[in-house]
Design a protein around this ligand. Structure first.
Ligand code: NAI
Length: 304
């Protein structure tokens, strides 16, 4: 496939050891691309057993890549040796970069960054995978903000090539260059964007999902019809409703709210009551087997 380069960066500081905090859907993907990109990965989650469960899932993913011929057997075996599951953030002391992928909550992220400052080396970079919070807000309670930036991956990480490298007002050029280089080593296509609500992809993405929600709310078409048109006619990989079910309504509803608020309640960015209804009724998408569509145990859509 054609390799596109969004920007060519000067390689900054060399990143060999990456700490990943949060071993959920995103953290495990970030760990995996770090491992296949040749870096040592330390994986931590606050919930007991979550990081070990993530390790099993990552190993299964690597085995699947081997069976599909997308990864050499030896390369998968070496990648597996690069992962260490840790049970305390203190284990991040030797890291060159820590990527945070925990719950989308500003106060909790601020606390984690403050704790990390006391653990890591002064030259260790700190990045957040936040979808919608401002990097400047996460960094607001930290002492050394030049090394703090966003490194925003997309779900599922191993398949989605893009990564947004987010520059907050205080982020140094060296930190941005190092994160672009690390993104490329992870096999991603980095794009450097400014620190604004939703960054590039989730701001632009509002047009995709919010308009689709409006069309369905108005009774113009069903979710299946909208998805079919966007997918089969316009060439999107997924329709907006499949996409929201994949991301999780518990993730994309608050993201929509945060971006709407971040642009001072711009009407363009308002989501629809239907979105909130799904969230409040626990129809969270694939993870709850019911969202806009229903899913079977294998995660396959069974409706329509
Ligand atoms: P998730 O719910 O699958 O995983 C979050 C993990 O963080 C859980 O395992 C939880 O136990 C752990 N955690 C929570 N608080 C913690 C703490 N204080 N210390 C250590 N671990 C903690 O969430 P997901 O989907 O992986 O999202 C993580 C972050 O990535 C969020 O900021 C989200 O907005 C962002 N994101 C999510 C995307 C998605 O499609 N799901 C896409 C891009 C970014």
């Amino acid at each position: 496939p054609r390799k596109r380069r969004y920007i060519v960066a000067e390689t900054g500081q060399k990143i060999e050891t990456v700490g990943v905090i949060g071993a959920g859907a995103m953290g495990r993907g970030i760990a995996q691309v770090g491992m296949t990109g040749g870096m040592a990965v330390l994986l931590y989650d606050a919930m007991a057993g979550a990081a070990a469960k993530a390790r099993d899932a990552i190993f299964a993913q690597l085995d699947q890549m081997v069976s599909k011929g997308r990864l050499e057997d030896d390369a998968a075996a070496v990648a597996k040796t690069r992962l260490t599951v840790v049970d305390t953030m203190d284990a991040f002391a030797p890291a060159d970069l820590v990527v945070e992928a925990i719950v989308e909550n500003l106060a909790i992220k601020q606390e984690v960054f403050r704790k990390l400052e006391a653990i890591v080396r002064p030259d260790c970079l700190l990045a957040s995978n936040t979808s919608s919070l401002r990097i400047a807000s996460i960094a607001a309670t930290c002492q050394h903000r030049a090394r703090i930036a966003g490194l925003h991956f997309f779900n599922p990480v191993p398949l989605m090539k893009l990564v947004e490298v987010i520059r907050a007002p205080g982020t140094s050029d060296a930190a941005i260059a190092a994160l672009v280089a690390v993104g490329e080593r992870m096999g991603r296509l980095p794009v450097v964007v400014q620190d604004s609500p939703g960054f590039l992809v989730n701001l632009g993405g509002r047009a995709y999902t919010q308009e689709a929600l409006r069309i369905v709310s108005e009774g113009v078409a069903t979710p299946a019809q909208v998805d079919a048109v966007m997918r089969d006619n316009w060439g999107f990989k997924m329709g907006p409703f499949e996409l929201m079910d994949l991301t999780g309504i518990d993730v994309n509803f608050p993201v929509s709210q945060i971006i709407h608020e971040g642009y001072f309640y711009d009407r363009r960015l308002a989501t629809a009551p239907l979105h909130q209804l799904l969230k409040e009724s626990g129809r969270l998408g694939r993870k709850s087997k019911q969202g806009f569509f229903a899913y079977d145990d294998a995660g396959k859509g069974v409706v329509p």
